[in-house]
Write a protein that binds this ligand. Structure first.
Ligand code: ATP
Length: 254
């Protein structure tokens, strides 16, 4: 992949770097955040130690995946960014749909295709030295999902062979444009500008789900979409409740 070509294909006005290999693009940008003065996209052709939430890992390979992180600075503290992973899901969902791939969103941070995970989003934050907060938005997108990787994961996962046929730089530029537009909108209006679109793509609307924390069921109810701050609405036997993302996981009740 080529950084200059990605930047020239994009209208985002964001600096782009491509490295052949690194452990984690999120870790790299977090380490550099204090020195950054403008947004930066870091693309790794191969990411050897990709991260998920709560120390989980993200598997990828140079042939089969697109892995990158985007560092973006926001005014204010990290609490204003609670809905950001969901807004990024909406931006990815719309961008992928425009490229011919229909996806659904699973609360809080997964992009699904045909019910299986196609992309993961991990956002990590750091306070900026002169005020404000750097958000490092990491995305792993499966282009091809080989059977052996699915077997290693021990759960189903999706690929998007249609996108695998696209030139990578063109695909990356299209995603960068969608993400930069979404980040600017989020900075102005917060998650409220995304909630309706998130709900349109909600994978598990009306389904019976459980909220898990370390494998333990905390709550169960019917998934009823998200509110304007990105909390999950859950219709339980005691009525409607809201769930904050934190480190909880969501599963369809078997
Ligand atoms: P979930 O609730 O689905 O477990 P999560 O938000 O806890 O999602 P993430 O942190 O987004 O999970 O992603 C890490 C998890 O994703 C891993 O534990 C693994 O099960 C799964 N995973 C890792 N690599 C891939 C991949 N390339 N494609 C699909 N799933 C993957």
């Amino acid at each position: 992949m080529n950084a200059d070509r990605i930047a020239s294909l994009s209208h985002a006005g964001v600096r782009v770097e491509v490295v052949p290999e690194t452990g984690s693009t999120n870790a790299d940008l977090l380490a550099r955040a204090a020195q950054l003065s403008e947004p930066l996209l870091l693309v790794a052709e191969h990411q050897s130690a990709g991260r998920g939430r709560a120390g989980r890992s993200w598997l990828s390979s140079s042939e089969n995946s697109l892995t990158f992180s985007l560092a973006w600075k926001f005014d204010g503290g990290p609490s204003a960014l609670a809905g950001l992973p969901l807004a990024i899901g909406v931006a990815l969902g719309d961008a992928l749909a425009a490229l011919g791939v229909q996806v659904q969103l699973k609360w809080p941070n997964d992009v699904l295709k045909d019910g299986a995970k196609l992309a993961g989003i991990l956002i990590e934050t750091q306070s900026a030295p002169n005020g404000g907060t750097w958000a490092v938005i990491g995305i792993g997108l499966n282009l091809i999902m080989p059977d052996e990787v699915e077997a290693r994961l021990g759960r189903s996962a999706a690929g998007a062979p249609w996108l695998a046929r696209m030139e990578r730089d063109v695909l990356m530029a299209a995603l960068l444009d969608a993400l930069a537009d979404a980040l600017r909108l989020f900075a102005r209006q917060g998650f409220a500008a995304f909630s309706a679109r998130w709900n349109l793509r909600h994978a598990w609307q009306g389904q019976l789900v459980v909220i898990l924390d370390n494998g333990q069921v905390l709550q169960e109810g019917l998934a009823a979409g998200v509110d304007d701050t990105g909390r999950l609405l859950l219709d339980t036997v005691e009525g409607r409740t809201t769930v904050l993302a934190g480190d909880v996981s969501l599963r369809v009740k078997e």
